[in-house]
Design a binder for this molecule. Sequence first.
Ligand code: URA
Length: 264
Amino acid sequence: MSPLDSPANPADAARAALAFWRSAGVDMDVAEAVFTAPAPQAQPSAPAVRLRAKAAPQTADAARALAAGANSIAELRAAVAAFEGCALKATARSTVFSDGVDDAPVLLIGEAPGKDEDEQGKPFVGRSGQLLDRMLAEIGLSRSSNILISNTIFWRPPGNRDPTPGEIIACLPFVERLIALSSPKLLILTGKAAAHTVLKREEGVMKLRGRRLNYTREGSAPVNAMVMLHPAYLLRQPQQKRLAWLDLLAAETWLRELGVATRT
Ligand code: URA
């Protein structure tokens, strides 16, 4: 079974839910102990699992304050570059914030910069980025005219490891501010990290992909959102490009209905 498939049995479903909460920054140590501890002989009423937020409050506060103070995407870019609350900055070569057109009708958010992105200081410029550009071009989207591209975190994790919940939570206020400032007609989230972090939904990417969803934040109008398979996943599983193609066509149809002309 692919890691993106939805779990078929309750234990796998519970593990997937734990992974979701962990990726949302919640300390899951107590809950995970349930899987590693010997099975209890009898299960009267199981004690409630206590969830504790993991992000250091001062880091989250600093990120929120910096993000809130930015009134344009240019200011937000400067705020991210000035932010010292994510440890990844110490090992990364560059801050990788965005590429494309700041007031584009489409905003795409991926996971994390890799080696090529760290070297060039731009998101999605390596192999998966080149595939992404080809896919977007099929529906008339390009960084030079109508899309803005960013990530869930802004510094490369060493060795391209997965970002930790703390790193994701530290960057989240900037991601949320980016969505607010860009106010896109369509928000595209590629892959699990972006989908789970931004939408705060726990279904697998295979369940979420291609659907018309909403990104909602208190006090703001809902934003049209769609989840797509991550191009790095498509490089590993080329047979799934068929699904990616369907999703691209669904995005194109939605954009047309929204009055966004993508082809000239
Ligand atoms: N993968 C991502 O999710 N983002 C990048 O910028 C590059 C690869």
